[in-house]
Every structure is written in C-alpha cells, then in structure tokens.
Design a protein around this ligand. Structure first.
Ligand code: AP5
Length: 222
C-alpha cells in the first residue's frame, strides 16, 4: 500500500513566518513548496508582460489579478512532482475567488494552517527581513542573522518590505482573510506564530503528524 501524498495550505499575514516554516516542513516531509509570491517574483525577474503588471500591484500591497495568479498556481500544482510527493501551498488562496478556482477543480488540502502573529511583530519582521539571493534562504537581522560575513555582504531586501508597504499589505490581508477561512473552516489549525521558529514548527509538526495518521492509504490492489 502507498500513502496518499500530503496536501497542505499555509496562510497568515505578511511576514507571519510562512516561508520560514515552509523550509522546515519541506525538509522533514519532502513536500513540493509552491509560494505564490515566489512565482510572481520569478515572473518579474524574467521581465515578462505579466511580471510587469504583477509588480504594479505588489508595489501597492494589493492582490495581483486572478487572471495572472490563478493560472500560475494551478499549473504548478498539477506538475508531476507536486502530484507525486504532495504539496505545500504558501500564500494562495488569498481571496474567495482564488479558493473557488481550486474547489472547482476538486483540489482541496488535508489541512489549512493559519499562523497567528501580532501586528507589531509583523512590522518588525518585515523591516528586518533579508534574503540570500544565492541560496534563497530567509534571514532576519535580529532573529535569524546570517552565519558569516560573506553571506551578510550579499543579502538583499524585497522591494515591498518597507513599513509603509507592509501597512498596505496588512490591509489587503484583513480585507480577504475571512472569505478564505470560511472555505477551509473544517480543516483549519491555528498556530501561534509569535514564538521562536523551532517552537512554531513543533506545533505544525504535531498537526501534520496527526493528519497523516488519519489519512486513508490507497492500496495498489484496489
Ligand atoms: P508574498 O511573497 O506571499 O508575501 P507575504 O504574504 O506578505 O508574506 P511574506 O513572504 O512577506 O512573509 P512570510 O509569511 O513568508 O514570512 P517569512 O518566513 O519570510 O506576497 C507578496 C505580494 O505578492 C503580495 O503583497 C501580493 O501583491 C502578491 N501575491 C502573493 N500571492 C498572491 C495571491 N495569491 N494573489 C494575488 N496576489 C498575490 O518571515 C518574515 C521575517 O520574520 C523573516 O525575516 C524571518 O527570518 C522572520 N521570522 C520568521 N519566523 C520568525 C519567528 N518565529 N520569530 C522571529 N522571526 C521570525
């Protein structure tokens, strides 16, 4: 018998720690990490028309139109690696229409993880966040500083990581979160995201283990 691959959605306000937890989840569970924001930033980096439009919205802290985001995520989810190993969807869906697009395809996760962090902490996390363009690793100047000088020297900051822009991103989040939560109410697990990242992960790990225990196994004989 083979186990059905795990399907996970992770959500939470901007800078609540989704990307950080996804690195840890991926390492332990081998799921394919699909981050809507990363797909959009890759599109911007390749200089496409879609990327240009996306950047205009991202700079205002607004949701990128469904015409761009929905296709992008759907296509990535349906790739063989995600279908075989299971997936970890980060930053999608962010609106009722995005959730409905997946429901219409019969795509539903086993669990919907919601990271909860206070607004003050969110702003501090955004302003101190840095990224390593070489490894893709997420750092924080205070909470997760780079390991050495060489890495420190090459760290970059996201164009939407200013205090002013995170306020707009938070507004957008508050306007949309309830509609998404309503869609996944029965499978939602709320996690306190305000503690150190290892402790946040311990809670997520517990929740995922119990989902795996409950999951039916598909038998190749049937
Ligand atoms: P996206 O890239 O998804 O950004 P976001 O939701 O704002 O989330 P972040 O990536 O900022 O934060 P995170 O939760 O991953 O936190 P992280 O782990 O890095 O979206 C960007 C934009 O793209 C949106 O505004 C929108 O315009 C567009 N977009 C994306 N998806 C879309 C969609 N579906 N539809 C339409 N538009 C879409 O952590 C943050 C910092 O805190 C780091 O420095 C980290 O080191 C630190 N940290 C993490 N955990 C802890 C901890 N426990 N304690 C202390 N510090 C911690």
């Amino acid at each position: 018998k083979t186990e059905e691959p795990l399907k996970v959605m992770i959500s939470g306000a901007p800078a609540s720690g989704k990307g950080t937890q996804c690195e840890l989840i991926k390492k332990k569970y081998g799921l394919v990490h699909i981050a809507a924001g990363d797909l959009l930033r890759a599109e911007i980096a390749s200089g496409t028309e879609k990327g240009k439009i996306a950047k205009e919205y991202m700079e205002k802290g607004m949701l990128v139109p469904d015409e761009i985001v929905v296709m992008m995520v759907k296509e990535r989810l349906l790739q063989p690696d995600a279908q075989e190993n299971g997936w970890l969807l980060d930053g999608y869906p962010r609106s009722f229409s995005q959730a409905k697009a997946l429901e219409d395809l019969g795509i539903r996760p086993d669990i919907f993880i919601l990271l909860e962090v206070s607004e003050e902490d969110l702003v501090e996390r955004v302003v101190g966040r840095r990224l390593d363009p070489v490894t893709g690793k997420i750092y924080h100047l205070k909470y997760s500083p780079p390991e050495n000088e060489e890495i420190a020297a090459r760290l970059t900051q996201r164009f939407d990581d200013t205090e002013e822009k995170v306020k707009l991103r938070l507004q957008t989040h508050h306007q949309n979160v309830e509609a998404v939560l309503a869609t996944y109410e029965d499978i939602t697990v709320r996690i306190n995201g305000s503690v150190v990242k290892e402790d946040v992960f311990a809670e997520i790990d517990k929740a995922l283990s119990s989902v795996i225990k409950r999951k039916p196994t598909s038998s190749s004989a049937s």
